[in-house]
Design a protein around this ligand. Structure first.
Ligand SMILES: Cc1cc2nc3c(=O)[nH]c(=O)nc-3n(C[C@H](O)[C@H](O)[C@H](O)COP(=O)(O)OP(=O)(O)OC[C@H]3O[C@@H](n4cnc5c(N)ncnc54)[C@H](O)[C@@H]3O)c2cc1C
Length: 419
């Protein structure tokens, strides 16, 4: 019997990883992308592959912190409120997810999903997928005495709940400065070093996956927008801007726009956009060696070959990728106090970017079959964790799509919980 034809909607990191796992299992795959490969949220992010920092966003104390940010006009969290029942429902559901019990079960689910993450990234490289990957680990750096508290508590909880990725090193000011000379020794007083974490250049990961998929015979149709998903005998008929596409199985991995696409099918899924920004810059001095998280500023920094990327901000409810004037200077201004041995070059190029994280109210992705409809599968809602979780999501979803084998690891991510 010939392998089924599978259409994957969306060529972000999630859709491409799914296409890769499906193709490896000999499926006939077509990927449909309304813009360019990897041009959505998957492009300008920091590319952290961070099992040590994988936890659901709704956490005990998170509401208090969100309100504090809003009242003090902090830049890291912004609420783009609107009078829309779906928005209010999302917030209500987020509030309910902030309990200790739900946080713990979310961590357990993500730990299980992440179990093979690093191994899967290695397998991509072994398969000849070309992308930049760094393995020096992640350093959280703080300028205040309490700056590390949240991260220390989170790391500890991950360990208590079964995280097996090794311990986290505590660093005093001296040890931190020795490990990471790019930081300002006089300003940064303590740090945590998670050795196992990595970072990849996300735009290279998506380009590398697409190149490899095409070489393996997968058709990737760019600038082709899926307008409607229609059912037909034995599968699906998609109406796209370049004509109809038919397939026996359908994987929807369209990031935030998955919500309007499924709404047209009568399926309301709770996704909100959480806009974040990055700037990729040149600098002077000794570039950072690690992925850095600047704790109080809530900014991540990834030193890629040939450019350092600084990213952050969580603008919940945003619906476009507009970049406000002065954004680059705001991010750089917040990062500068941490930096010593390396400083952004004031005359160098600044590449600014914005992306919409697809965020679910319980902070867990939606991965699995859509109940009540045959042969349609979701892989979205990865929020702040899409790069980290893409390979694991795909490796567990592909057997479900092709053989109907539902891995127990996917149970907590079943889209049914959100419908
Ligand atoms: C500032 C920032 C920093 C981040 N840092 C990290 C990090 O360090 N580590 C990490 O793990 N995660 C990080 N993330 C999160 C990560 O970027 C996302 O979780 C991930 O990119 C989501 O991937 P995706 O494939 O679901 O969505 P996308 O990359 O948005 O892909 C969806 C694709 O579907 C296409 N599409 C949409 N609708 C249609 C349609 N109708 N027809 C055809 N195609 C369609 C879109 O054009 C898009 O290309 C960060 C995000 C931001 C914003």
């Amino acid at each position: 019997m010939s392998e089924p034809r599978v259409a994957v909607v969306g060529a972000g990191v999630i859709g491409l990883a799914c296409a890769w796992e499906l193709r490896r299992r000999s499926a006939d795959v077509v990927v449909i992308e309304r813009a360019d490969v990897g041009g959505g949220a998957s492009r300008g992010n920091t590319g952290w592959v961070s099992p040590s920092l994988t936890y659901p966003l709704p956490a005990p104390g998170m509401l208090r912190e969100g309100v504090r940010q809003l009242l003090t006009g902090g830049d890291a969290f912004v609420l783009r409120a609107r009078l829309d029942p779906a928005f209010v429902r999302w917030l209500w559901s987020f509030r309910r997810s902030c309990s200790s019990a739900r946080f713990d079960s979310g961590i357990r689910a993500l730990l299980t999903l992440n179990r093979r993450t690093l191994e899967l990234f290695d397998s991509y490289r072994d398969a000849g997928i070309a992308f930049e990957m760094h393995a020096a680990g992640l350093v959280v750096a703080a300028r205040t005495a309490g700056g590390l508290d949240l991260y220390r508590r989170t790391f500890q909880r991950l360990h208590e709940l079964g995280y097996e990725g090794g311990s986290i090193d505590e660093l005093d000011a001296e040890a931190l400065a020795a490990l990471e000379p790019a930081l300002d020794r006089a300003q940064v007083m303590a740090g945590l070093h998670a050795r196992v974490d990595r970072f990849v250049r996300p735009e290279q990961l998506t380009a590398g996956l697409a190149e490899r998929l095409r070489a393996d015979g997968v058709e990737i149709r760019e600038r082709c927008e899926v307008r409607t998903l229609g059912r037909r005998a034995g599968g699906w008929a998609l109406e796209t801007t370049s004509g109809p596409v038919t397939a026996q199985r359908l994987v929807v991995a369209a990031g935030l726009p998955t919500a309007p696409l499924l709404r047209r099918l009568g399926v309301p899924i709770p996704l909100l956009g959480a806009r974040g920004y990055s700037v990729t810059i040149a600098g002077r001095g000794t570039p950072p060696r690690h992925a850095l998280y600047l704790a109080e500023a809530k900014l991540g920094l990834s030193p890629f070959d040939g450019g350092v990327r600084l990213a952050g901000v969580f603008e919940l409810g945003a619906s476009n990728e507009d970049i406000s004037p002065g954004l680059g200077e705001r991010l750089l201004g917040a990062a500068r106090p941490y930096l010593g041995g390396w400083q952004p070059d004031p005359d160098g190029p600044v590449e600014a970017w914005a992306g919409l994280r697809p965020a679910t109210p319980d902070g867990l992705p939606l991965i699995g079959a859509l109940s009540g409809l045959d042969h349609i599968y979701l892989a979205t809602g990865h929020g702040m964790l899409g790069i980290t979780l893409a390979p694991a999501t795909a490796s567990l979803l592909a057997p479900l799509v092709l053989e109907g084998q539902a891995a127990p690891e996917l149970t907590p991510f079943d889209p049914a919980r959100a419908l």
